[in-house]
Write a protein that binds this ligand. Structure first.
Ligand code: AMP
Length: 363
């Protein structure tokens, strides 16, 4: 079998590396001939929405999946018309648009912050009046890693934010005074078997994931998060890995967004869980039995943004694993990560601090 992956970033690369022992052939589509994925498996070279290349990919692969969320709906639909595209097109299209996403969450009884769709400055002013400030203004589409959004503390910042974000279709969200942020990664195979990883706690730096800790051992939150995720998995008749990010506010979960793919907050599962999210994604889309999602101990994952620390210094930390994505360093760019796994929870904080010191944030 050949699995096609649209986008050959680090997520695709880690999927490919998980697919090889399963006996899968991998074929990427990406414009970069030295992408993280192209370094480990063959790649068609060109734009991810190039119709001819998508047709070739669909022809050569029994199943096509993606490591990018910005694959245009029409391009994805073209693939889905001739081969199996998983996760399903509807999940991809919903995750690309914050209005569709929040509308679906609420329709499925998944709680979110209060929000309003806005398409003009007048609507924005009215929405700010209704929701109160502070609030967060976000473009409906193409926002990630803190891009496409502005925090608004005072009314006189509304016009500037509206202009800075391009005066398009947006949503205004009430600010969530969260105690922490967590994510849940779940997986479903084509015949409907489901598994969930333990909740992961995520800490951001300038809108980008800084580090993650797992497992979060809070059974009530875990149950609630699984309930939300299961509704989405069944709604889409989903196959593969699905991630939902939540705010924890006064012990309650408010869903922020979903990603129809493996997720940065699940990188710890490579060494910290019995079966990694990458392997389980493939098992899900290939309709194989799903693997055990239990944690093997206590894990922390730290992203390397813009520069890689010295490998030997990272590996000198007991229980640490180093991942270099083979990317050119650029400020704030995710170019690698490390995971530290400990048998005892008490051993984790000191090792995480050493790792974070090596990962140095610019400020
Ligand atoms: P997002 O692109 O929606 O994942 O947002 C990136 C990060 O911005 C989140 O992980 C939060 O740290 C923060 N953020 C986004 N929306 C809100 C909100 N409504 N209230 C508080 N913080 C937010």
């Amino acid at each position: 079998m050949t699995v096609g992956i649209v986008g050959a970033g680090q997520l695709g690369r880690m999927m490919a590396l998980a697919g090889i022992p399963l006996g899968e052939h991998i074929l990427f589509l990406d414009r970069d001939d030295h992408s993280p994925g192209a370094q480990v498996a063959p790649s068609l070279l060109g734009d991810i929405d190039d119709p001819a290349l998508l047709a070739t990919l669909a022809e050569r692969c029994e199943i096509v999946t993606f490591d990018v969320e910005n694959l245009p709906r029409e391009a994805a639909a073209r693939v889905a018309a001739t081969t199996l595209l998983l996760p399903p097109l509807d999940a991809l299209a919903t995750a690309q648009d914050r209005l569709l996403e929040k509308t679906l969450f609420n329709a499925l009884g998944i709680e979110t912050v209060a929000w309003r769709a806005v398409e003009s400055l007048e609507q924005l002013l009215a929405a700010a009046e209704a929701l109160g400030l502070p609030a967060v203004l976000k473009t409906r589409r193409l926002g990630y890693d803190g891009r496409g959004q502005r925090f608004i503390r005072q009314r006189d910042e509304l016009r500037g934010a509206w202009e800075a974000l391009g005066r398009g279709a947006m949503i205004l969200e009430a600010f969530a005074p969260f105690d922490e942020e967590v994510s849940l990664i779940g997986v479903r195979n084509r015949r409907g078997e489901r598994r969930h990883y333990p909740l992961t706690r995520n800490v951001h730096w300038q809108g980008i994931l800084d580090y993650s800790l797992a497992p979060v051992e809070r059974p009530a939150l875990q149950r609630e998060a699984e309930r939300c995720l299961d509704r989405l998995l069944e709604h889409f008749d989903y196959a593969g890995v699905l991630t939902v990010e939540f705010f924890v506010v006064d012990g309650r979960l408010l869903a922020n967004e979903m990603a129809p793919r493996v997720h940065n907050s699940g990188h710890w599962t490579l060494e910290g869980a019995v079966t990694s999210q990458f392997e389980n994604h493939l098992r899900g889309i290939l309709d194989l039995p799903l693997g055990d999602t239990s944690a093997r101990g206590y894990a922390a994952m730290v992203n390397f943004l813009g520069r890689l620390p010295e490998r030997a210094a990272v590996l000198a930390i007991e229980g640490c694993h180093f991942h270099d994505y083979g990317k050119h360093p650029r400020p704030r760019r995710k170019i690698g990560h490390a995971t530290v796994v400990c048998a005892e929870r008490a051993a984790l904080p000191a090792r995480l601090e050493r790792l974070r010191a090596l990962a140095e944030r610019e400020d």
